[in-house]
Design a protein. Structure first.
Length: 589
């Protein structure tokens, strides 16, 4: 596991807690609720005390509408001929000469016939009577269409296109018709028209004041289906590209530098290309490093030592472009050539972890240790795996071992402090951090991560001081790491609710490093906080380009689709904007 993994992990955690702490931002329902773990928001939002006079029982809903799902209305008068099979079938002339009140009465009677059939599960006949009611009625009645839609829903097989047509009509006549909106959502979902289904479920949830648990669950279900399908599609179709510079450099800096491999007396072009690749890596020119190593392997290297080295590097790039299978192949091949290649074993461990196989991960570490028991990288990376698995005690022991073997690697110190913190040893953690700050006065990482822990403890001023120090140290570099700037923005927001200042920090970070995913993600959340949904959606799109793995993509898509659904709601129901905000306010814990 790389250091980059743990930093992004940490960031996801922070966004998560940011989201939990700022339910209002997110309130708005669907979007963030799901990303924050789903039910939390609805759990709190869905159980305000019901007023005693509330007669509507919203829990009475099911996909197959029960008979009482069909509105009966009041029938004023019985029409004697109503049992004739062609009852209500009128010619154009008959209709035109019939007085309007007569037509209203006849339509109501036809609707009642429809209801009777519906209750007896004769859905074909029921639909026929609703059609007659529609033809006879002098006015367009949404309930006739909605009821006929219910019939189509219960036919075998259900007539989804007809349901949608009738619900379209009913909703066009009465846009607050929640029952019709939910029914159309069911049909759309069945037809896999997920974006439209999400729009309808979201609308129904909001119109119901977030009280309908079923609709809320439907929102989550459809969001999940939609996001994971879309994420898989993006991964399949997009060109493989390296992740952001910060991510790669964090990944490579999690391995100590090794000497260049010895070249034969008469090196081939391929041998020299490998050396160029490794030199490019040293100066963080990843694009060239990648193309050099690809070339070297295509040309064919002089011997197995060089070939194993090249496969290790190409496998690493494959891992970084999320080609986990390809990475596995290269790394295994490299070990086959040189079985004692500890770094390849460590990277294989990362691959197994990415594949969700901790058992093989730890076996790979054991193998690495067998060949080189004093390699500090092995223990550091094994610590990372324990850390990710929430075993902070083992993580700390491994970081400590790594530090004992070589105390010049700043991340094993930082991660030890963070593991101690997670384990609840706050005083030890703070002490480790203070020692690390002293030992690495020129590095920005110790103040940055120390600042994060201070922020977690609500020590805002201290945290901001540390972030400022980290920013200052980064300013002297040619490629500046902007994470401390984003952290400062988050701190200013959490401390003073100063959205303007927080946004400024993130924008500054993006000017320096346009690929900083943390800055984009934070800006998106801040936009949602201010109900600037359009801006948020644009930022989510940008985040999609920066996201590396499928789960990251799916997570971003969840926010994006939820935001779009809310945006659509506000466009369709501008008059409800106020009520919507009030509802949002009421959800603040
Ligand atoms: C490859 O060549 C280098 C330089 O001659 C040498 O040091 C190394 O041992 C060789 N590796 C193998 C596996 O023969
Ligand atoms: C690290 O290991 C050494 C040697 O086993 C031990 O003395 C020390 O207390 C450990 N430090 C931490 C912080 O766990």
């Amino acid at each position: 596991m790389s250091n980059a993994d743990s930093t992004t992990q940490g960031f996801a955690d922070r966004v998560q807690s940011f989201v939990t702490e700022n339910k209002r931002a997110i309130l708005i329902g669907t979007a963030l609720a799901v990303a924050a773990g789903g039910v939390a928001l609805y759990a709190s939002a869905s159980s305000p005390p019901k007023s005693p006079g509330d007669k509507k029982d919203r829990r009475k809903k099911s996909v197959k509408p029960r008979p009482n799902d069909v509105e009966s209305g009041s029938v004023i008068e019985e029409i004697p001929v109503e049992n004739q099979p062609n009852f209500g079938v009128l010619t154009k002339e008959q209709l035109e000469t019939m007085p309007s009140e007569e037509r209203v009465k006849l339509a109501a009677a036809l609707k009642k016939k429809g209801n009777d059939h519906y209750q007896k599960d004769s859905f074909e006949q029921a639909a026929e009577f609703y059609t007659r009611a529609i033809n006879v009625s002098p006015t367009e009645e949404p309930v006739y269409y909605s009821n006929r839609g219910a019939c189509y829903m219960n036919m075998k097989p259900p007539q989804f296109d007809l349901i949608i047509e009738d619900c379209d009509k009913a909703i066009a006549l009465n846009k607050d018709y929640v029952k019709a909106i939910n029914r159309r959502a069911n049909a759309l979902e069945a037809l896999d028209r997920l974006e439209e289904a999400l729009r309808d479920y979201t609308t129904a949830t909001i119109l119901d004041g977030f009280q309908n648990e079923k609709a809320a669950q439907a929102v989550e279900r459809v969001l999940k289906k939609l996001s994971s399908a879309k994420a898989a599609e993006i991964i399949k179709t997009r060109d493989p590209h390296l992740p952001a510079y910060t991510f790669i450099s964090a990944y490579f800096s999690a391995f100590r530098t090794r000497p260049l491999p010895p070249l034969p007396e008469e090196p081939t072009i391929a041998d020299n290309a490998l050396i160029s690749a490794l030199n490019a890596l040293q100066v963080a020119d990843y694009t060239h490093s990648w193309s050099f190593v690809m070339g070297a392997l295509e040309e064919g290297l002089s011997n197995d030592t060089l070939k194993a080295e090249a496969l290790n590097l190409r496998g690493t790039f494959k891992f970084l472009i999320n080609d986990v299978k390809g990475a596995e192949e290269d790394l295994l091949e490299s070990i086959k050539l040189i079985p004692s290649f500890a770094q390849s074993w460590v990277k294989i461990a990362s691959v197994y972890m990415e594949q969700g196989n901790p058992e093989r991960t730890f076996e790979a570490f054991e193998e690495a240790i067998k060949h080189n028991p004093n390699d500090p990288d092995i223990y550091y990376h094994r610590g990372q795996v324990h850390f990710i698995m929430n075993d902070f005690k083992q993580a700390a022991a491994n970081y400590n071992k790594s530090t004992l073997l070589d105390d010049q690697f700043v991340f094993s110190h930082i991660q030890l402090a963070v593991a101690q913190y997670k384990e609840g040893q706050i005083a030890n953690s703070m002490a480790t951090f203070r020692k690390t700050l002293k030992a690495f006065p020129e590095r920005s990482e110790p103040p940055n991560y120390y600042g994060e822990l201070l922020l977690d403890q609500g020590r805002f001023q201290d945290a901001i001081d540390k972030f400022d120090r980290a920013i200052e140290l980064e300013k002297t570099k040619t490629r500046q790491n902007v994470l401390p700037m984003v952290n400062k923005g988050l701190a200013l927001f959490q401390w003073k609710q100063d959205i303007g200042a927080a946004e400024k920090c993130c924008q500054e970070a993006l000017e320096i490093d346009p690929e900083c995913e943390a800055a984009v993600a934070t800006l998106a959340q801040l936009s949602l906080q201010q109900s600037k949904i359009d801006t948020a959606v644009e930022l989510f799109k940008r985040q999609l380009e920066l996201a590396r793995s499928e789960p990251e993509l799916a997570n971003t898509l969840t926010y994006m689709y939820a935001s779009i659904a809310q945006k659509t709601f506000l466009e369709n129901y501008p008059e409800r904007k106020q009520a919507f905000s009030a509802m949002a306010q009421a959800m603040v814990p």
